[in-house]
Write a protein that binds this ligand. Structure first.
Ligand code: HEC
Length: 145
């Protein structure tokens, strides 16, 4: 190997190392969610799930939220919202506006303690519409504690 090749190999392995490290710290590859069929909400976050029944958008929100959940949350929170133990089981979130408050707090701020990212700030990657659609899906599979 000449010096140039050696340098390239070194740089490549450094880049790989960096990538692995980012992944280990809760890197997010957000999957686009098409929410065109839902009521558009603007920038300001609502305090309450705007797609909850009797909203006419509820059924569509549950459908969109189901696939958006699978693509963006399931790897930590479990397939079909059944937690495998890595992260809380979201079927047990409180119903109604109380659950909404906690849900909103978490998806906006994530969970970061001592510089460790336990949950990324999902609202940096997904729209408010997508995240309320996911909340609607979670409510459709909720179980009482
Ligand atoms: C990288 C893993 C990861 C991803 C991806 C992730 N979460 Fe989380 N989530 C966590 C962890 C871990 C916690 C617990 C945080 C703690 O210990 O404070 C959590 C907590 C939560 C909570 C609070 C639950 C409770 O019972 O207190 C909500 C709500 C939540 N996540 C929603 C979501 C949604 C919705 C998505 C997808 C849009 C998502 N999360 C994606 C790891 C993740």
């Amino acid at each position: 190997m000449n010096n140039k090749k050696l340098l390239h190999a070194l740089l490549a392995s450094l880049a790989l190392g960096a990538a692995t490290q980012v992944l280990a710290h809760g890197d997010v590859t957000p999957q686009a969610v098409n929410t065109a069929e839902l009521e558009q909400l603007g920038e300001e976050w609502r305090d309450e799930n705007p797609y909850r029944a009797p909203s006419e958008h509820n059924a569509k929100a549950v459908e969109i939220g189901s696939s958006a959940y699978t693509q963006n949350c399931a790897r930590c929170h479990g397939l079909e919202a059944v937690s495998g133990g890595i992260a809380p089981d979201l079927r047990y979130l409180d119903a109604g506006i109380e659950g909404d408050e906690w849900y909103k707090e978490r998806v906006i701020n994530g969970a970061v303690r001592d510089g460790r990212v336990y949950m990324p700030k999902m609202a940096d990657y997904l729209s408010q519409e997508s995240l309320w659609a996911i909340r609607s899906y979670l409510e459709s599979v909720a179980v009482e504690e």
